[in-house]
Design a protein around this ligand. Structure first.
Ligand SMILES: *Cc1c(COP(=O)(O)O)cnc(C)c1O
Length: 397
């Protein structure tokens, strides 16, 4: 069970070898208690190695170690939210621009658009991956061009719950209209689309190392860039945009978004358990799938096709019409199980009620019928059996 008697969705878990504490200890011993420093550089290198050399040839778990042709350069920052903000700035998004965003996601995927003074244009999801619908994306682009005479400046697509988006279709549309894509891979470190790692599909991509993600730095994120110059520019903007003079000279507005050397020490330790965590999330998902044989519930694998190899960061369940999601979550909560409704689509959020939206009703359906289940590294087989039994007995009541 976890460090208390509740079963959480996904709680941080440090390695059994104490690697995180050793890297922090090194930082203390050398007095690198600052942003920048050897742990930050090393963490970036280790992420680059993972993303640039792990591909799946066929089927799950067969990593061949070949070099991926989707090479990325990693800059570690203070959060994924900051990484998305910087990505928008790197793509030149500014006041009065429009940015197309996946509606079915956490607010952090689209809020940075507002930070830039730009307007999010929300696009609904398709049924296979629950990520941005390529058809609606193209409709949105055409409509915005017709309405405003200008193209949207960028597209933010999410690999939600770890499931890769339909990257071939989305990339084709992005290239057809020459609009760059930001891939929010906050949930998808260790997921693969057609054998290539998530985080390498957007023109720029982001990761999260928040406490509830597949690995953590306690809080942190990363920008994945396609060339070294963009990585350097990202670091420049993340460290207050200091021009190369002895005194402080500023030609650009910068931000204080760099990852600290202490956080990166935790990240380095977590890299030693990344593969274990991925396997564990996938194992938990399989166990839920095999145990939950009930006509009112489906454990969602979406497209079990090998092209969509999810890390299953969170396992999700969909319920038939008769099941009230809120009551179910409350009952599970009373049984010591943390379960939550799926994301409420951004186009239904009060704060975005004036934002244009291209919808098909699907994300709204998901919100009303689905929940996330405990899936993190503390969740045991016994926990999964207990949760499945509780769900079954609750929906029969
Ligand atoms: C967690 C999350 C984020 C934000 O990550 P932070 O590191 O907490 O800023 C962004 N997008 C998605 C899809 C997330 O789940």
């Amino acid at each position: 069970m976890g460090i208390d008697h509740r079963i959480h969705l996904c709680l941080a878990k440090m390695s059994d070898t104490g690697a995180e504490q050793r890297y922090i200890q090194e930082a203390f011993a050398s007095n690198w208690i600052a942003p920048l420093g050897p742990n930050v550089d090393a963490f970036e290198k280790e992420l680059e190695r993972f993303l640039n050399t792990s591909v799946i040839s066929t089927g799950a778990d067969r990593r061949s170690g070949e070099i991926s042709d989707n090479k990325v350069y990693v800059a570690a920052v203070s959060s994924c939210t900051a990484a998305i903000h910087l990505s928008l700035l790197l793509l030149g998004v500014g006041k009065d621009d429009e940015v197309i965003c996946q509606s079915f996601s956490f607010c952090a995927s689209s809020n940075p658009v507002t930070y830039c003074g730009a307007t999010p244009i929300f696009v609904d999801s398709e049924e296979d991956t629950w990520n941005m619908s390529p058809e609606l994306l193209e409709e949105a682009i055409k409509d915005r061009i017709a309405q405003t005479g200008r193209k949207p400046k960028a597209i933010i697509v999410v690999d939600l719950y770890g499931m890769p988006a339909k990257w071939d279709e989305i990339t084709a549309i992005s290239q057809k209209y020459a609009i760059p894509v930001i891939e929010d891979a906050a949930n998808a470190l260790g997921s693969y689309y057609k054998g290539k790692p998530c985080g390498t599909f957007g023109n720029i991509a982001t990761l999260s190392f928040n406490g509830n993600k597949i690995i953590t730095t306690s809080g942190g994120g990363a920008i994945l860039c396609k060339d070294e110059a963009t990585k350097k520019r990202a670091i420049f903007l993340a460290t207050q945009a200091k021009e190369p003079y002895l005194h402080y000279e500023h030609e650009t507005i910068g931000y204080n978004y760099r990852m600290s050397n202490i956080s990166a020490g935790i990240g380095r330790g977590q890299m030693t358990v990344l593969e274990d965590h991925i396997k564990h999330h996938q194992h938990v998902h399989e166990l839920y799938s095999s145990l939950m044989n009930n006509p009112s519930v489906s454990i969602v694998s979406i497209n079990p096709n090998l092209d969509f190899n999810s890390n299953f960061w969170l396992t999700t369940a969909l319920f038939n019409d008769g099941v009230d999601i809120e009551t179910l979550c409350k009952k599970l909560d009373a049984a010591g199980i943390e379960a939550r409704p799926l994301w409420k689509p951004m186009h239904l959020q009060p704060v975005y009620k004036h934002a244009p939206a291209f919808t098909n009703g699907f994300s709204e359906y998901l919100f009303k019928h689905g929940i996330c289940l405990p899936s993190g590294p503390w969740v045991t087989d016994e926990d999964v059996k207990y949760i499945v039994e509780k769900i079954k007995s609750t929906i029969i009541d």
